[in-house]
Design a protein around this ligand. Sequence first.
Ligand SMILES: NC(=O)c1ccc[n+]([C@@H]2O[C@H](COP(=O)([O-])OP(=O)(O)OC[C@H]3O[C@@H](n4cnc5c(N)ncnc54)[C@H](OP(=O)(O)O)[C@@H]3O)[C@@H](O)[C@H]2O)c1
Length: 242
Amino acid sequence: MKPFESVFILGGTSTIARAICVKLAESGVKKFHLVSRDKNSNIQFVKKLRSLYRVEVTQEEHDLLSNCSLSEPFLPKVDFYDLYLLTSGYMGDSDLAKVSTLEALKINAINYSSLIPWLTEITNYQRIKLKGSLWVFTSVACDRGRPSNYHYGAAKAALSIFCEGLLLRCHDKPFSVRIIKAGYMDTPMAENAPKLLRVSPKKVAEDLMHNPNKRGIEYLPWWWNLIMFFVRILPDKYAAKL
Ligand SMILES: NC(=O)c1ccc[n+]([C@@H]2O[C@H](COP(=O)([O-])OP(=O)(O)OC[C@H]3O[C@@H](n4cnc5c(N)ncnc54)[C@H](OP(=O)(O)O)[C@@H]3O)[C@@H](O)[C@H]2O)c1
């Protein structure tokens, strides 16, 4: 049985979204809606999806930094899809963020606060009464504040807690929420991470497709659960070096 027919992706140009799209198309998805900052940068990929898999692909442009106004709250329009996937993210410059409020706020906005309007609309009261899934990429960085990336980690932690609230709100509903605490993947975002710890986006996409209707919080790959257990209990004098 096909897990999904239609998929909405926020962060449609991300490396991991592309790998997941391919797996989803292979599994029988017929329609994709890709939201990204610059749809021209996705032209080749969209062409490939259409020609290889004969799927319908629509695109929408949206810069997440444009929706953070409190005086005019952004109200996105989100149609009905079987799966909603959130893969946008911004590592930012963590050294700059230590001295620049602008960079610190940018990291927080892209990874957390700008997603709230989208998440609120996706999980509206009517939608969660029906079958559907939401997959959100957070990060292992959210498990402990570290000197080297606490802005990114804090924003991802806020996103994880927000989505855990959604997960529990939906626990007796047909709509499922899946929080993916990803470790390092071979993408531009992790180019400085140790090679040994990086896995391919394809592998992560395959892992996700093993149980597409899964709900809950998971580490991908699974062994990050173990690593983060030790990172969480590491005494401060060692954690201060991370
Ligand atoms: N790579 C890793 O090791 C790793 C580890 C843990 C978690 N994650 C998380 O996994 C997800 C996917 O990461 P990835 O490695 O595939 O990253 P990526 O290839 O760098 O993709 C990041 C995505 O975020 C989008 N984005 C950035 N700023 C934006 C803005 N202002 N408005 C709209 N979109 C914006 C980018 O759009 P543009 O194409 O327009 O820049 C791109 O689609 C992210 O949430 C990331 O935080 C990644």
